[in-house]
Design a protein around this ligand. Structure first.
Ligand code: SF4
Length: 483
């Protein structure tokens, strides 16, 4: 076969040639090819990089698997609520400076530094509110659920300390409706904290008053967006609105409001107790420091949730904690590194890939929620992406035309390819949709953006299919004229 150095030019060649058959649908063999001849993502031969794992003594979440008592007594025996009075009396400035030293970022999707968010809230007129976002709805993500089940006191303690910085006397924990048992556990933990004088008037013998409430939501994915969440808490429809006004200026009941992910809130107290320098010292020099939770699922032997360093190598994470990829590391086709709204990373780029934000940016993906979804070879990647497309289409709030149309079209065109009815023109049309929709909608992490990112990977894969088809055509295994 004639060698073409530039892959893009080659793809264009292929498209041009197939273009000659413009009125013919793409061959159903696409569907057969995927299982018989997987996409040629060859693994590089390098071995795993050296890595110093997070030690047990440095884990923030010590009851992640519920092996110990989650109640107040059990939580206290693991160090929760220790020195709470001292931390409250040291005041907002001390808390802020420790969080600044820790360089902690929000563990939701936006990754904004916690200290910067808190600083923006300084000098805001009272009353202010804290909202803890437990609306976890991203496919593949379930870390907040485990925290609510097994570490509820960490969430309450963190909410109390964050509220001390912004002088908020009330916090609302929003929990998605499907987390019924988790909401019950959280409520019991809150009741225990009230009974022990750790919530309510004069918390822990200080002069700070603080109440915490739970609100269960309706379960829409889009309510995880902070403006939609605030609307929902006010009894309105859970729809995002354009910013400004930002929640920090005009949030819950038109008062300045701070919104944090439940995972972020749960880590605050331990970081303050051990010091910001301790947290920012986790990991190696020159790496992104600190730890976070990863939810590993898909084609691995033991799906799990684990706390590891921010910069953990993907290969170590999967092999050490999830029992490895089914069929071995060389059987890895692709990974979705941060939940359904982050882009696929092909297996050949995963050998030495670290999961920190910088490294993932280099492979055009993102940290997202830390939900690592593993896909093994032999999987029909287009079929695997279809439920994600359907999810985003279903969860679009339909306010923006770009999102409304794009999410529908992505699903429609992907289905066509899966059924073998796609056409090369469709790929170009999808690129156009992407250009037209990305970054032009209300949400910060829009359904359209998310779907577009997934689609961009799918489009690459569709192009690869075209290349394969060309390969087989050249070798006489596929005859476009007769199939
Ligand atoms: S981008 Fe989509 S989900 Fe976000 S506000 Fe617009 S229509 Fe709603």
């Amino acid at each position: 076969m004639k060698e073409v150095a530039n892959a893009q030019a080659f793809t264009t060649c292929v498209l041009d040639e197939i273009d000659g058959q413009r009125n013919r649908p793409i061959d159903p063999l696409f569907v057969i090819l995927e299982s018989k001849y997987t996409i040629p993502l060859r693994q590089a031969s390098e071995g795993p990089v050296a890595y110093n794992a997070l030690g047990d003594e440095d884990r923030i979440f010590t009851n992640l698997y519920g092996r110990h008592d989650w109640r107040l007594k059990g939580a206290m025996s693991r160090g929760d609520w220790y020195k709470i009075r001292e931390m409250i009396t040291k005041g907002p400035e001390w808390i802020l400076s420790e969080l600044k030293k820790s360089e902690l970022g929000d563990r939701g999707k936006a990754k904004f530094p916690v200290s910067r968010k808190l600083e923006n809230m300084k000098d805001k007129q009272l009353p202010t509110y804290l909202v803890v976002n437990g609306a976890e709805g991203e496919p593949g993500t379930c870390k907040d659920r485990e925290l609510m089940r097994h570490e509820p006191h960490k969430i309450i303690e963190g909410a109390l300390l964050l509220s001390r910085v912004i002088n908020a006397n009330a916090a609302i924990l929003y929990i998605r409706c499907r987390y019924y048992n988790e909401a019950c556990t959280m409520q019991m933990a809150i009741n225990e904290a009230y009974a022990a004088g750790l919530l309510g008037r004069q918390v822990a013998g200080t002069c700070f008053n603080f109440d915490m409430f739970i609100q269960r939501g309706g379960g829409r994915y889009i309510v995880g967006e902070e403006t939609a969440l605030i609307n929902c808490l006010q009894g309105k429809e859970g729809l995002p609105h354009a910013k400004p006004p930002y929640p920090g200026d005009e949030g819950l009941f038109n008062r300045p409001t701070l919104v944090f992910n439940a995972g972020t809130v749960a880590s605050i107290a331990t970081i303050l107790r051990r010091g910001g320098d301790w947290y920012s010292g986790l990991g190696e020099e020159g790496e992104i420091r600190g730890s976070r939770l990863f939810c590993i699922s898909g084609h691995v032997k033991r799906p799990c949730i684990i706390e590891e360093l921010n910069s953990v190598p993907l290969r170590y994470l999967i092999n050490r904690h999830a029992g490895g990829v089914i069929g071995g590391w060389d059987n890895l086709l692709a990974v979705i590194p941060g939940g359904a709204s982050t882009s696929l990373v092909p297996g050949r780029l995963c050998n030495n890939l670290s999961l920190d934000a910088e490294s993932l940016k280099e492979v055009h993906s993102a940290q997202g929620t830390g939900a690592v979804i593993v896909i093994k070879k032999g999987t029909n990647i287009l079929k695997a992406m279809l439920p994600i497309m359907k999810f985003f289409k279903k969860e679009s709030c339909l306010q923006c035309p770009q999102c409304r149309n794009a999410s529908r079209w992505y699903e429609e065109y992907l289905t066509r390819f899966i059924e073998g009815k796609g056409h090369p023109d469709d790929i170009d049309f999808m690129w156009e949709i992407m250009k037209y929709s990305v970054g032009k909608t209300i949400c910060y992490y829009t359904t359209a953006n998310a779907a577009a990112m997934e689609a961009s990977q799918c489009l690459n894969i569709m192009r690869t299919y075209l290349l394969q088809l060309k390969d087989f055509y050249m070798w006489g295994e596929v005859n476009l004229a007769t199939n």
